[in-house]
Write a protein that binds this ligand. Structure first.
Ligand SMILES: *Cc1c(COP(=O)(O)O)cnc(C)c1O
Length: 491
């Protein structure tokens, strides 16, 4: 791909600032000005527009490509929710307005959205209270573990030291528990992908602060022993945490609050179509039952008896602020609009389609790729490319093959306990035709692995960057892309 620097022609300009309309003595004092002569390309506006437009087309996104990235739920974000979130009545609101005296009259709509979202999420999950503040799923987890810690502290229980986490949990779970100051204990899974109950019983004692469970697990399966597990944890006054990032797999079919959980988070960006990618933005609302509600972050939105919505800070046992102001408000508007659009039946249908689509792909690919658990999967399924690996074609090679087929690769090498893992999540918003095309390409990859395994070393052939050294890229990050003089410098 041609770089913008290669187009540079000395003296060519793409802009004209015209004569300054401020006095020249308003210039930046030289002590603040950088003297570095930045090596910028000299190009026309058209060169720049074409360069960046072409670059943007190298990106894969859900607006351009099928994106079956397991554990990430890259589903379609309807454009009407974007339009609603951009209404000036929302975007022009100053976050401090609600706290000004008389400011209430300008913020009723925004506060109503926060209030009603909380009510709806409570109804969907079986919890008594929600906070909308956490800015991502992992941030929701941290909030939840802080609530867990506040609970034990308020009871004067200083023994609590460990959070138990099955090996099928999302990788952020142990990280969140550790950031909140707990040590973690990992519990192995049984052959069906469920938690090994004997190992759990052996690990639980008075020092157990709680358990974090990802449901459906990262193996894409539903844990069948939740009631028993929660009895074991509650017997030592532990807290049951539900990682509900992927609530789109159970929405309207199972309420975590009804089956023994005390606290959960939801990723709005996986369940209620708000955009995400590159680590943000997102929203990870946290729900709790009455055991934990008094510890929730402030502020909370309450509805006064006269029907006016106000911010309430009077929660003396609150863990305090977990985000500036009220969370990623624009994303919450999108989630609200999406729920309103679909309604009860529509939201339940999303779950049915998410699960149906994942099972469709699992069964269609089963003759070609090894499936990890021969049972109904939830919103995603995990394969192993172990058969292909015997022919010298690894999960990464299949991923690179798919890029040339204009498909974003599924998640590979996660969960880490599955060798050559390929984790596929079609999501509820993809059509049968799109999935059939993907299935065909996956079958083609399997066939090619039998007839010409060496061909895989060349993929992808259509991309400017092909196989970067991923270890080096992670360890030796260079972020100054603009000043990089060659593509390899920028990786
Ligand atoms: C995506 C995901 C998370 C993390 O969510 P972020 O918004 O990326 O922080 C946590 N748990 C599970 C199960 C997930 O799928």
């Amino acid at each position: 791909m041609e770089l913008i620097f290669e187009k540079s022609i000395a003296g060519r300009k793409g802009f004209d600032f015209g004569d300054p309309d401020v006095p020249s003595h308003a210039q930046i004092p030289s002590k603040y000005a950088r003297s570095v002569d930045a090596a910028l390309p000299e190009v026309s506006e058209l060169d720049v527009v074409r360069h960046y437009t072409r670059l943007s087309q190298k990106n894969f996104s859900i607006d351009t490509h099928f994106y079956p990235l397991g554990s990430c739920t890259m589903k379609y974000n309807p454009k009407f929710t974007e339009a609603l979130a951009r209404l000036s009545g929302f975007t022009d609101l100053h976050p401090l307005l609600a706290q000004l005296s008389g400011g209430e009259q300008w913020t009723q709509g925004a506060l109503q959205i926060l209030y009603e979202l909380e009510q709806w999420m409570c109804e969907m999950t079986g919890f008594s209270d929600f906070t909308m503040q956490p800015l991502a799923g992992a941030h929701g987890e941290l909030t939840g573990i802080m609530l867990m810690a506040a609970y034990h502290k308020s009871k004067g229980n200083t023994k609590k030291k460990y959070v138990i986490i099955p090996d099928s949990a999302h990788g952020t779970n142990p990280a969140s528990a550790a950031v909140a100051g707990y040590e973690t204990i990992s519990i192995p899974s049984n052959k069906d992908g469920g938690m090994d109950l004997e190992a759990l019983k052996a690990a639980v004692n008075e020092e157990t602060a709680g358990l974090m469970m990802t449901v459906p697990s990262t193996y894409g399966v539903f844990e069948g022993n939740i009631s028993e597990i929660s009895k074991i944890i509650h017997a030592v006054d532990g807290i049951m945490y539900y990682d509900g990032a992927n609530l789109n797999a159970v929405l309207g079919r199972c309420r975590p609050g009804d089956v023994g959980f005390d606290v959960m988070h939801i990723n709005t960006h996986k369940t209620f179509t708000t955009p995400h990618g590159g680590g943000g933005p997102g929203a990870g609302p946290v729900g709790v039952n009455q055991k934990l509600s008094k510890f929730l972050p402030i502020s909370r939105v309450v509805k006064r008896s006269d029907g006016v919505y106000v911010l309430d800070y009077n929660y003396p046992e609150s863990i305090g602020y977990i985000a500036s102001f009220y969370g990623n408000f624009g994303l919450l508007v999108r989630a609200y609009a999406y729920m309103l659009m679909l309604g009860r039946e529509g939201l339940m249908a999303t779950t049915d389609h998410a699960v149906l689509n994942a099972n469709y792909i699992m069964r269609k690919l089963e003759p070609y790729y090894k499936i990890c658990f021969d049972r109904i999967c939830m919103h995603e399924s995990v394969f192993s490319a172990s058969r292909q690996a015997e022919r010298g074609v690894h999960a990464i090679d299949i991923a690179k093959f798919l890029i040339d087929q204009q498909i974003h690769p599924p998640t590979v090498y996660f969960p880490i306990s599955v060798p050559e893992a390929i984790m596929i999540e079609p999501t509820e918003t993809e059509s049968k035709q799109t999935m059939d095309n993907f299935i065909d390409k996956m079958i083609e990859a399997d066939k090619l692995s039998q007839t010409d395994p060496a061909a895989f070393r060349e993929f992808p052939k259509t991309m400017p960057v092909t196989r970067p050294d991923e270890v080096k890229a992670a360890r030796d990050i260079k972020t100054s892309f603009f000043l990089a003089s060659s593509p390899t410098d920028a990786v």
